[in-house]
Design a protein around this ligand. Structure first.
Ligand SMILES: [Fe+2]
Length: 286
């Protein structure tokens, strides 16, 4: 296995592995170490079926069946397709419902720890995932600001964060059952990583709307100020997928956003990825 830094502000690519055949304890030790230090890793040249991919997902934690159950992959409730070729993708609100800065499952009691996308079809132009390094962004704050933020708890609810003009709203909730599963949950603004203990700013985006013990307008002002800070170019990597990439990011250390895309008209502009988000630690850390 060859792990080398990407030609970018952060991230690494992994060459020379077949996740369908080589998955074992030693490989997961190398991959988890790479993820926790690079925040995002891209494993190239994979050829996986649904079962292989889901098995790999289980090596990182417990795959999460998405609360928006109408978007789950038939037969594989822990997986979703992402792209512009499925029937659901005809709806712009669904297709572009991740085109806003967010952290997966930040609106749930136990958020995701890792998300991965496996690229099956990639358009000739567009279709990038933008990823922000929230550890570097935290480290870029001055000591007084860090101390102030360290103690704060943020209120999260699905889709309730303030949007920027370039952002789409989160994919719509469609049933009362989904709505009932999405009350407010609180998470630390400065998250300590569950394996390394490293600190990063957490989930300033889609779901963050208030701060415990702070007035609403002061809280929104602070959240917006932090969002301006973390979205500086020096903290961002835009991943342009190649077919066969498995891109994995640490959701405690990153914020991410899709990019706007149109419905596919043919093979050259088709986009299809399989998404798995997991919660908890990789079994090798148990
Ligand atoms: Fe996401």
């Amino acid at each position: 296995m060859n792990i080398k830094p990407l030609d970018a502000h952060f991230g690494a690519e992994v060459l020379g592995v077949d996740l369908g055949k080589d998955l074992d304890h030693a490989m997961m030790q190398q991959l988890t170490k790479a993820l926790y230090s690079h925040r995002v890793i891209v494993i190239r040249d994979q050829d996986l079926n649904e079962h292989d991919y889901l098995k790999f997902g289980w090596a990182w934690g417990q795959p999460i069946p998405h609360v928006l159950d109408h978007l789950r992959m038939p037969g594989f409730p822990e997986m979703m397709t992402v792209g512009n070729i499925d029937k659901k993708d005809q709806h712009e609100a669904v297709r572009n419902g991740t085109v806003l800065w967010h952290t997966d499952q930040s609106y749930e009691a136990v958020p995701a720890s890792v998300t991965m996308l496996y690229s099956i079809k990639t358009p000739e132009t567009g279709g990038e995932t933008q990823i922000c390094n929230m550890v570097a962004a935290y480290q870029g704050l001055d000591a007084r600001m860090k101390e102030k933020l360290d103690a704060l708890l943020v209120a999260h609810q699905y889709g309730r964060g303030k949007l920027r003009p370039s952002e789409y709203a989160a994919s719509p909730i469609t049933t009362t059952n989904q709505h009932d599963q999405l009350p407010t949950f609180f998470h630390p603004l400065v998250m300590k990583h569950h394996v390394t203990g490293e600190k990063g700013l957490y989930a300033v985006g889609q779901s963050s709307y208030a701060i415990k013990g702070m007035g609403d307008s002061d809280a929104v002002t602070l959240l917006e100020q932090l969002k301006d800070h973390v979205l500086q170019e020096k903290y961002i990597y835009r991943h342009k997928y190649r077919v066969g990439d498995v891109a994995i990011w640490d959701t405690f250390q990153t914020l991410h956003s899709g990019t706007k895309i149109n419905v596919a008209t043919g093979e050259p502009d088709s986009r299809l990825l399989w998404r798995i988000s997991v919660r908890g630690k990789p079994p090798i850390h148990h």
